[in-house]
Design a protein around this ligand. Structure first.
Ligand code: EPZ
Length: 417
């Protein structure tokens, strides 16, 4: 049964919210706990569908996992299976990051191709090319990938594209590799830095995360570790956009300002005032936002593709015309058709969307088609006139913990049925 949100628009989003740990950091770090064969205690793990699926996979592989609120205790000292169940891989394609972890721990892995998802074909060619350079033997047949690695040797790997997942998989597969591994043109997202920090806490030797080149010195074994996940910059950006879409004022706690810079710059350009005081970030928004000439999504530290849909929702009501260019994923404008139902004036041509801001959007019956597109429709509903009924909100549960409850506390009229 698909749940819905019913949103009465026109209420300002005001108040204080604490931002939780980053989904896209928890997932690779949970995979990394497999390497140590010891106990890891991870704090600030958000309660999200994708995180619970990763916990299910760890349990099926033989790990013992206990959740105590937002802390998750993972013991990987037992026998670890090398085969990842298809049904769980298909539920969450980012489980592909287990490949590198299993290769390091049990020297083999079996996983089905994760396949495409709502936003594009999501190939893994860069993952496999990098793993082969580390000495992994890879066979693919009938949609399944079989990996064997009797002895992993450090390599000098250049990524054709700074892929987040490929960087993470190669990093995890190189921790025990003999000698030095260099990953060039590596992804620089903050979640890579968090993974590096966790790996070093348990005894790995990784440096350079956040720069173009990551270096790994192979080690023999790892230890217990305890780590707190970095705040989720996309969840923070989404709540900032919720305030901005309703002319509200919001205080956000537990923020890493550095990670927020591309999002802060764009919201300031649209007319918001953003400042940092006593460890919190504050955003005050104008009654009506300004359009921006061009927004181009890029690998970090460029403007994040995960904020593209929320920003398109804001620009739909801004004063003037904006152009959004989605350079990262092939098919990430699924939310546009629903925004048009709400009165937006948007033309999409491939990776380009031309958004002519309207003074008002009106509530309508719309459907979430992917995680961030669904969040964008919530933002549009908050600022639209009248009632918005948003279907298939399970998509949103994948990346936002109880978003409707938090928005209610911040003044929104939103219920989940
Ligand atoms: C991660 O996905 C995130 N997911 C995504 O967040 C995020 O949008 C993306 O990075 C970009 O920042 C997680 O961290 C779990 P990529 P990932 O590999 O690793 C192409 C969300 O909403 N590519 O950097 O899959 C690929 O097709 C999700 O939280 C290849 O061609 O992203 C895409 O066009 C959505 N070959 C581009 O690179 C490869 O081998 C970026 O993909 C790998 C990727």
């Amino acid at each position: 049964m698909l749940s819905k949100y019913i949103i009465q628009g026109g209420r300002e989003i005001n108040g204080v919210i604490r931002i939780g740990g980053a989904k896209n950091s928890v997932l690779p770090i949970f995979a990394a706990t497999i390497l140590s064969g010891r106990k890891s205690i991870i704090h600030d793990c958000p309660i999200l569908k994708d995180v619970e699926i990763m916990i299910d996979i760890l349990k099926v592989l033989g790990c013992s996992v206990k959740r105590e609120g937002h802390t998750v205790i993972i013991d990987t000292s037992g026998y670890i299976e090398y085969e990842v169940p298809d049904i769980l891989v298909r539920k969450m394609r980012s489980s592909i990051v287990l490949l590198g972890a299993l290769i390091s721990r049990v020297k083999k892995a079996k996983i089905c191709f994760p396949g495409g998802c709502d936003i594009g074909p999501r190939p893994i060619d860069l993952h496999l090319k990098g793993l082969e350079q580390l000495g992994v033997k890879i066979n693919e047949s009938h949609g399944t990938i079989y990996c064997e690695a009797s002895d992993l040797k450090g390599a000098d790997i250049h990524l054709d594209y700074p892929s987040v997942g490929a960087t993470e998989n190669i990093l995890l597969a190189s921790v025990f590799a003999k000698g030095t591994t260099t990953i060039r043109n590596a992804a620089k997202e903050p979640e890579i830095g968090d993974l590096q920090n966790f790996l070093n806490i348990i005894g790995a030797k990784v440096s350079g995360a956040g720069t173009n080149n990551i270096r790994v010195e192979g080690v023999k074994s790892l230890n217990d570790g305890e780590h707190t996940i970095i705040p989720d910059r996309i969840v923070a950006g989404t709540y900032m956009a919720a305030a901005a879409s309703t002319g509200g004022n919001l205080e956000l706690q537990n923020i890493n300002v550095e990670h927020m810079q591309p999002i802060i710059a764009k919201l300031k350009e649209m007319g918001c005032d953003i400042y940092f005081k006593d460890g919190s970030m504050h955003i005050t928004s104008p009654k009506r936002l300004r359009a921006v000439d061009i927004v181009r999504t890029l690998p970090y530290p460029g403007f994040p593709t995960d904020m593209q849909a929320p920003i398109v929702a804001l620009l739909s009501k801004a004063k003037g015309t904006s152009i959004m260019i989605e350079t990262v994923f092939e098919n990430r404008f699924k939310h546009v058709e629903d925004l048009i139902c709400m009165g937006a004036n948007i033309k999409v041509d491939g990776r380009i969307a031309i958004i002519r801001g309207r003074s008002r959007l009106t509530g309508a019956n719309v459907t979430a088609r992917d995680l961030r597109g669904g969040a964008a429709l919530v933002l549009a509903g908050l600022s639209a006139e009248g009632t918005t009924v948003l279907d298939a909100v399970e998509h949103i549960d994948r990346g936002y913990e109880d978003i409707h409850l938090h928005l209610q506390q911040l003044g929104a009229d939103i219920v989940r049925i």
